[in-house]
Design a protein around this ligand. Structure first.
Ligand code: SF4
Ligand code: SF4
Length: 367
């Protein structure tokens, strides 16, 4: 697998109006304890169900003899804000330690901690580098983050953090955050990005508060699926370009945008078992090809029907069209039983592995 985007906990100290997720917001007292406890209770099983190796064969970089080199993939640890006091010590640091232990003798892994940068101090940067974090990625440099509006404020913010990172021996990533091979550099590194109009997320996904506030400027021409953070290549877990996102409850999604239904849960199954159970399933093959408009063809939704169902009206009353809307409807109306059948196949396979006399049952369910 090339990349896993792991949202460990919902808590954030901000409540940005462009955020793609309503649940990223401040929580206090019992509510904060509940989201931290959810993250804390689930991460051991989630990490244990990550692939046995976080490596992939890079088909874009063939050797002279036609074979493909095995490269080390990455796990991006994110929130919300993964460095909040309540989350850092109880979730983020133990997650990093568990991931390091899991992959130490299995080809390694590059750990990226994604943060707003607001809470970084010398002590925290020191702790992260001591834990072997490969990159600290500051994701808040845009006009939507309160206090960072405009180039001057952004420059002051970036300059201050750059000095902090360089005091700790981190070097600036020379590649843009949207370059797919950015993690091939030598760490430890730091990088900056944000939801700027020129970035791959600049048009904003039709999700969360961005959607509620009518901020997504995407059209039908913006196929979020066929790009970085979309569903492209998610099923091809042995190769470059494979990426999934994971939520604090173990839910797995083919994209960071997130489908209406998770494709499985890491509390129940391994990531590889979930992906393999959807290989050859037409809707998910269309997503992995970056062509969501074809996900319904085997189920009676032509491309024209899918595009028609991709039209809606925003909460602000404006007409809106995007393929992720068609994907939402298709998941709501059609894919529930398809995902349930894949889950039943996995359950049967688990049972068969534990009890050879149940192999016949597994074979029947598979049919
Ligand atoms: S955009 Fe980032 S900083 Fe803002 S609320 Fe969402 S997760 Fe928090
Ligand atoms: S079309 Fe569906 S699978 Fe593709 S990016 Fe949008 S929500 Fe994700």
């Amino acid at each position: 697998m090339e990349s896993i985007y792991y949202v460990m906990a919902w808590a954030c100290h901000r409540k940005c109006r462009h955020c793609y997720e309503d649940r990223f917001r401040p929580y206090v007292r019992g509510a904060l304890e509940a989201v931290v406890r959810e993250a804390e209770a689930n991460f051991p099983r989630i990490v244990d169900h990550f692939p046995p190796r976080m490596t992939y064969l890079d088909q874009d970089d063939p050797r002279a003899d036609g074979t493909f080199p095995e490269k080390t993939g990455r796990i991006i640890l994110s929130g919300g804000e993964s460095l909040l006091d309540a989350v850092r010590e109880r979730v983020t640091y133990p997650v990093i330690e568990r991931i390091n232990a899991k992959y130490a003798r299995q080809g390694g892994v590059k750990i990226v901690v994604q943060t707003t940068g607001d809470l970084l101090t010398d002590a925290i940067v020191g702790e992260l580098t001591n834990l072997g974090v490969w990159m600290i990625s500051v994701a808040s440099v845009d006009d939507f983050h309160v206090g960072l509006e405009g180039p001057e404020r952004q420059k002051r913010f970036v300059d201050g953090l750059t000095a902090l990172f360089e005091r700790h021996g981190l070097t600036k990533s020379g590649l843009s955050a949207s370059t797919r091979n950015w993690h091939e550099e030598e760490g430890p590194l730091y990088s900056f990005f944000g939801a700027t109009p020129d970035s791959w997320i600049g048009k904003l996904w039709p999700r969360g508060r961005a959607w509620q506030n009518g901020l997504s400027s995407a059209t039908l021409a913006d196929n979020f699926c066929n790009r970085w953070s979309g569903g492209l290549n998610f099923l091809r877990h042995g190769y470059n370009g494979s990426e999934v996102s994971v939520e604090p409850d173990g839910g797995v999604y083919p994209c960071c945008v997130k489908t209406r239904r998770p494709i499985g849960s890491l509390l129940e199954d391994s990531l590889i078992a979930i992906l393999d159970s959807l290989a050859g399933v037409p809707a998910y093959e269309a997503i992995t090809m970056g062509h969501p408009e074809r996900m319904g063809i085997a189920y009676g939704w032509s491309e024209a029907t899918f595009v028609e169902r991709s039209a809606t009206v925003t909460p602000k009353g404006a007409p809106y069209r995007n393929l992720c809307i068609g994907c939402d409807r298709f998941h709501e109306e059609v894919l529930g039983p398809v995902l349930e059948a894949a889950r039943a196949r996995r359950r049967a396979a688990r049972g068969a592995a534990a009890d050879p006399s149940r192999r016949e049952l597994a074979r029947l369910v598979e049919r």
